[in-house]
Design a binder for this molecule. Structure first.
Ligand SMILES: Nc1ncnc2c1ncn2[C@@H]1O[C@H](COP(=O)(O)OP(=O)(O)OP(=O)(O)O)[C@@H](O)[C@H]1O
Ligand SMILES: [Mg+2]
Length: 279
């Protein structure tokens, strides 16, 4: 990883599609070297925010700064060496193989005089290994299952090797075991390589367990942010998702565990957990 630690922040951000404002007056400093999870109801503006952080969307007001510079003033290749994004529903060109997709993650590191190096080769193979895709390397991306395809895109973002990774719902389409694989991989990239990660997640329990910093969005604004242990409360879940829940404690991580109540149960139906006695 480059020695300069990234600094990513949004100030007074206003984002809109045509004249429909989706995010307004949003201030956010992404903690460097940490994993940040963004949660919130459908259509609250999570992807819009992530796209603006990656300069895929031009703000109507305010700005996004990376390393002290407005992202719109940073040359594209320099930006792509510092920040990578996995969009929510990426589409690969027809027939493109997994290894070629992952190889595209290396293009910001290439120049006209040095097109492909041993370091690129190693980064691609390491990303394929980390996402358990080595055996699928020569298959066409558009012929994979939803979960395999999702992992191929994650592999591309991994191969890009940027100090900042923005991942929009990286666990979508994945079975539970592969969800945990991806989240563990994200934790490895963070802990072993010091990468700063921002990911949109829908599973609050996974967000609480894997994020150092949690951002809960509601209608284009930040409803709460901070340590997941403090942020994830029954009041917040009710406020942000309109969902009544009981907060327990995750028996593995000790973090808050969100248990929705639903219409067919009452809070008083809660049964004590058995078989988890510790003494
Ligand atoms: N390309 C677009 N053009 C016009 N409106 C858009 C576009 N993309 C998103 N929107 C609108 O902006 C709002 C926020 O969308 P966004 O995709 O940021 O939500 P989200 O929080 O990521 O939701 P989800 O959890 O469903 O992915 C929604 O009302 C959506 O309809
Ligand atoms: Mg989204």
């Amino acid at each position: 990883m480059p020695s300069v630690r990234p600094d990513l922040r949004a100030t007074a951000l206003r984002l809109a599609y045509d004249d429909r404002i989706v995010v307004d007056g949003l201030d956010l400093a992404i903690p460097t070297g940490k994993v940040t999870a963004i949660v919130g109801a459908n259509a609250c503006g999570k992807s819009t925010l992530l796209r603006a952080l990656a300069r895929l969307l031009t703000p109507k007001g305010g700005a996004v700064h990376l390393d002290g510079r407005d992202v719109h003033a940073i040359p594209t290749r320099v930006l792509a060496q510092r920040l990578g994004i996995l969009p929510q529903s990426p589409v690969a060109p027809e027939g493109l193989t997994v290894i070629d997709l992952v190889g595209r993650g290396r293009s910001p590191h290439q120049t006209w005089w040095r097109q492909w190096s041993a370091a690129d080769e190693e980064a691609v193979h390491e990303a394929l290994r980390a996402t358990a895709l080595t055996g699928l390397a020569h298959r066409a991306v558009d012929e994979l299952s939803g979960g395999q395809r999702q992992r191929a895109w994650i592999a591309m973002a991994v191969a890009q090797g940027t100090p900042v990774m923005l991942l929009d719902e990286p666990t979508t389409y994945l079975d539970l075991a592969h969800q945990i694989d991806v989240l563990d991989l994200v934790a490895d990239l963070n802990r072993q390589q010091g990468r700063t990660v921002v990911m949109v997640l829908h599973d609050l329990n996974q967000a609480a367990r894997y994020a150092d910093h949690l951002v809960a969005m509601k209608a284009g604004r930040i409803a709460a942010e901070g340590d997941p242990a403090d942020v994830v409360t029954a009041e917040l879940v009710e406020d942000v998702f309109g969902l009544r829940c009981v907060i327990g404690q995750c028996p593995v991580s000790g973090m808050p565990l969100v248990v929705p109540i639903g219409r067919h149960h009452a809070e008083t139906d809660a049964v004590p957990v058995s078989g988890t006695t510790t003494g």
